[in-house]
Design a protein around this ligand. Structure first.
Ligand SMILES: *Cc1c(COP(=O)(O)O)cnc(C)c1O
Length: 390
């Protein structure tokens, strides 16, 4: 049965050049993936360290399926907390240097669950304008006063802290690494302001988990801010290579969330194989810096070459590297022509970014070889010339 109005709206999206159909990939996540029977170089997955295909993770998953079966059968608070879930949380807390950690079904639901639990109508939440959709939705679930500061603008953050002085609790929330520009949050300044105004610091490290800091411990470690951040959110879905999200923080926050956070309470726990995979990933990261070094070397190489060629890579400081193209139609065409040339990179356009700042967003991983990166640079240069960009 048709739902009235949907087709008209979809036609509108098509007219604006914003309609998307899903691409169906015929191989697993990796550097070279098959699309319509053709090999394409993947430059936009979040598989930063190539862990989706790591032999130790695959073995851990297989062994867990043999031991526990494929599903957990329940939410955590009923019979869905298996020893493997408990071990993962203890390991995450150790890895993040916090008292405790709590795993959620995803990073998205971690933000929704935590923000809606710790904020009430007596409180204020102060948020960077470029924060992730899951933070925005988490904030929408609360009755707290909402304040938004311009991207990384510490004067506006300070003004918001002063204006909210009468609130019971002020929570300042920021992405650790911003997903559209690949820039890093000014966490030392945010922490200093929050300490001065007695506010809570909340960092969403989805793109920083497994990327920033020693062994990929995240932005708190990157800046040496251990013990000064109240809430760290991480994802197990990007660099860690599986799926899930988590909170790292105090034991009392964990205990509180076990009673209040609705995605934790009302959604089934991770399949044991997923928990085992994440546990193996943390072990791989803890024992070796090798994959991170490769990822960062590849990032420096790729970004430097792009700049030499004459591309505008914006303010990127991480393996997320945007190449600025222009208006939405031009950006979409660039992304399509690049795919024709054998390189996959997502076009990101208005309203996600400004009208004239449409970009293709590239993500460099540890698995790319120098040959892969050279191939991408060569194809980008070819398409860039056609577009008069270089
Ligand atoms: C990807 C992302 C999330 C969502 O994480 P999932 O585990 O994929 O649900 C949350 N926050 C930020 C900043 C992200 O980039």
């Amino acid at each position: 049965m048709e739902i009235k109005g949907l087709k008209d709206e979809l036609a509108g999206l098509k007219n604006e050049g914003r309609y998307q159909s899903l691409k169906i990939w015929e191989t697993g996540s990796g550097t070279w993936m098959e699309l319509n029977g053709r090999k394409v170089l993947q430059m936009c997955s979040n598989n930063y360290l190539g862990l989706t295909n790591h032999p130790e993770l695959k073995q851990a998953a297989t062994e867990a399926i043999t031991k526990y079966g494929v599903g957990s059968g329940s939410v955590r608070t009923i019979v869905g907390t298996l020893d493997i879930h408990d071990r993962l949380e203890n390991e995450l807390a150790r890895f993040k240097n916090t008292e405790a950690a709590l795993v959620f079904p995803s990073g998205f639901t971690a933000n929704q669950g935590i923000l809606s639990s710790i904020l009430g109508e007596e409180d204020a939440v102060i948020s960077d304008e470029l924060n992730h959709a899951s933070i925005i939705d988490g904030i929408r679930l609360t009755k707290a006063i909402r304040k938004v500061f311009k991207h990384k603008d510490m004067d506006q953050l300070e003004a918001a802290l002063k204006e909210s002085a009468d609130c019971r609790r002020r929570v300042v929330v920021t992405d650790g690494v911003f997903s559209m520009d690949g820039d890093i949050a000014p966490l030392p300044d945010i922490v200093a302001l929050c300490e001065r105004y007695d506010a809570i610091v909340y960092v969403d490290d989805a793109h920083a988990s497994g990327v920033l800091g020693k062994n990929g411990k995240g932005s708190a470690d990157h800046y040496g801010l251990h013990g000064r951040i109240h809430v760290q959110v991480g994802t197990l879905s990007k660099a860690i290579g599986a799926v899930g999200g988590y909170m790292a923080g105090s034991q009392s926050l964990k205990d509180y969330l076990i009673h209040k956070a609705r995605p934790f309470l009302f959604s089934t726990s991770q399949p044991p194989s997923v928990a085992a995979t994440c546990l193996a990933a943390i072990q791989v990261l803890s024992f070796s810096q090798h994959l991170l070094d490769r990822m960062w070397n590849n990032t420096a190489y790729f970004r430097d070459r792009l700049k030499e060629i004459g591309f505008d890579t914006g303010i990127s400081e991480t393996p997320i590297i945007p190449v600025i193209i222009g208006d939405p139609a031009r950006t979409s065409r660039f992304s399509e022509e690049l795919l024709e040339e054998g390189v996959s990179a997502t076009g990101i356009v208005y309203p996600t970014v400004a009208m004239d700042k449409g970009r293709i967003r590239m993500i460099v991983t540890a698995s790319h070889t120098t040959g892969d990166l050279d191939f991408a640079l060569d194809r980008l240069t070819e398409v860039g010339r056609r577009f008069g960009l270089v």
